[in-house]
Design a protein around this ligand. Structure first.
Ligand SMILES: Cc1cc2nc3c(=O)[nH]c(=O)nc-3n(C[C@H](O)[C@H](O)[C@H](O)COP(=O)(O)OP(=O)(O)OC[C@H]3O[C@@H](n4cnc5c(N)ncnc54)[C@H](O)[C@@H]3O)c2cc1C
Length: 480
């Protein structure tokens, strides 16, 4: 069975028929959807999906475009859920709330705080939409804490046939297990049921430590506080460690003075860092000295504040990123191997590598599925060449049974990924059952999840077989 022919129909809740160019945050991907639909409620989402499917068109839900891969890129109907926002109490005493799929994570934290609640764990930024962040397995750090998906107790989804269904661990458990970290491949999430702890503070302790000492006692070191992570600047022997410990709200905050927060986050972390990155890009030979100077200049910082303000910060320096989830115990050896590779190749790298940890998860397509995980993130300034660096490091991470972050650059295909995910075939089965005609298919999903039409690994469209390393994809430009 081939794809149904497309009919040029006008969709409801869509903007004027004018192909507007869409670009993601890191400028690694662009697309030109035929239609951008901005439905105002769930019924309108269902109407758009039903009409698009009947006309043989494809639909791609899009969040705030913070994924570095083409996972949100669509060349037909782009579905923007910016109007499906807000936090609704369900049973606040038990920490249960429902949030609109398009709610940004900063607005989610603000809405939860009004109910005396908080998100259990967050990543580095809070500009993503809730559904977008969930779809790629967005995570923070914490040896005993899962990613954002670990807080989800149920989803409302619009399926390809226009039906609105609820799924949870009890109701349609297979659909839930597949769709909670679902890459937008199983349906359009309209609302998320979340379990949230009471609002809490984080006591932050940020300081440098010798890298080798951190790697030698890695498991214990990463469990020394609730949320531990570290950055390693190449060409130095220093780990910049961040330890965040959860404290009850009643203890009271002890935030950084406003001038110090501004100096650290806006001037040093973004302004000076942007300048040093530019200098390092123009004169790569300067990079090792700049990195050593930067790590020496950073002192200890201690403060206590509301959790979401400590978990997240602003990232204004645009970068390209790859991140892999690894078996946790293997991280020290893998990072040492990456260090040796950087030295051997003589790369000059101004951006740090970031190491985080998370607990095993049930979601079938979570990169942390079924195993205690360490995440290794490799970043490069947007203006600098990055393909050789990222693909070189990727070989090391792949050899270590790493699973790529779905929202960050990687070169893996469904064929590579299937053996790494014990429930990959189950997820493909659920996808074929709920979207047999490939309404939510895209060239990128063909590549990473396999095609829907004809089953198995077969790509739905020709673009799915193009080698992305060449940057030669027909619709979406994605150089890695
Ligand atoms: C500066 C920066 C910092 C970051 N920090 C972290 C971090 O600390 N930890 C981490 O894990 N990741 C991090 N990321 C990656 C980011 O969290 C993910 O790529 C996330 O998916 C982006 O969310 P979004 O709202 O921008 O979604 P998009 O990138 O727009 O879309 C992502 C996916 O969600 C799907 N989607 C969107 N809405 C819906 C819906 N309603 N229903 C079904 N599917 C939907 C899309 O189809 C797509 O598959 C970072 C990215 C950047 C640029």
């Amino acid at each position: 069975m081939g794809p149904a022919p497309r009919r040029a129909v006008r969709l409801p809740h869509a903007g004027p028929v004018r192909r507007t160019r869409w670009r993601n945050w890191s400028r690694t991907v662009s697309a030109q959807p035929v239609t951008v639909a901005r439905p105002r409620d769930e019924a309108e989402v269902a109407e758009v999906v039903t009409r698009a499917a009947a006309a043989g068109r494809t639909v791609r839900p899009v969040g705030s475009g913070h994924s570095g891969t083409a996972v949100a890129a669509g060349d037909d109907v782009s579905l923007d859920l910016r109007h499906l926002t807000g936090v609704r109490p369900v049973d606040p005493a038990r920490g249960l709330v429902a949030a609109g799929a398009g709610t940004r994570l900063d607005a989610l934290s603000a809405g939860l705080l009004e109910l005396g609640l908080a998100v259990a764990n967050l990543g580095d930024i809070d500009r993503q939409t809730l559904a977008g962040a969930l779809a790629t397995g967005t995570h923070g750090t914490g040896a005993a804490f899962p990613s954002l998906a670990g807080s989800v107790r149920g989803l409302r989804l619009v399926l390809a046939d226009g039906r609105v269904v609820t799924c949870s661990p009890e109701q349609r458990p297979d659909l839930f297990a597949a769709a909670v970290v679902g890459l937008g491949a199983f349906g359009v999430v309209t609302e998320v049921l979340l379990h949230c702890p009471p609002a809490f503070l984080l006591a932050a302790d940020e300081h440098p430590e010798p890298l080798e000492a951190v790697l030698d006692g890695f498991e214990e070191r990463m469990s020394a506080a609730d949320h531990v992570e570290f950055y390693w600047f190449p060409h130095t022997a220093v780990a910049m460690v961040k330890e965040n410990t959860r404290r009850p709200l009643a203890e009271g905050a002890d935030p950084l003075p406003r001038w110090r927060a501004l100096l650290d986050d806006e001037v040093l972390a973004n302004g000076v860092f942007a300048a040093t990155c530019s200098a390092g890009t123009l004169v790569p030979g300067l990079v090792p000295s700049i990195n050593r100077l930067s790590t020496r200049a950073v002192g200890r910082r201690r403060y206590t504040d509301l959790s979401h303000g400590v978990f997240t910060s602003r990232r204004r320096v645009r970068f390209r990123e790859m991140e892999y989830a690894l078996p946790r115990a293997d991280l020290p050896e893998v990072l040492r191997e990456v260090q040796r590779l950087i030295d051997r190749r003589g790369w000059r790298l101004p951006f740090p590598l970031e190491v985080r940890v998370s607990a095993p998860e049930d979601a079938w397509l979570s990169p942390a599925h079924g195993r205690a995980t360490a995440w290794l993130s490799v970043q490069q300034v947007a203006a600098a060449p990055f393909v050789r660096y990222l693909t070189g490091v990727e070989e090391v991470l792949v050899a270590a049974q790493g699973r790529p972050h779905w929202g960050k650059l990687h070169t893996r295909t469904a064929r590579d990924l299937a053996p790494l995910y014990p429930r990959f075939a189950d997820a493909q089965r659920v996808r074929r059952a709920v979207d047999p005609a490939g309404t939510f298919a895209s060239p990128h999903l063909d590549r990473v999840l396999g095609g829907v039409l004809g089953g198995g690994d077969a790509p739905t469209t020709r673009a799915g077989v193009v080698d992305l390393r060449e940057g030669a994809q027909s619709v979406h430009h994605s150089p890695l």
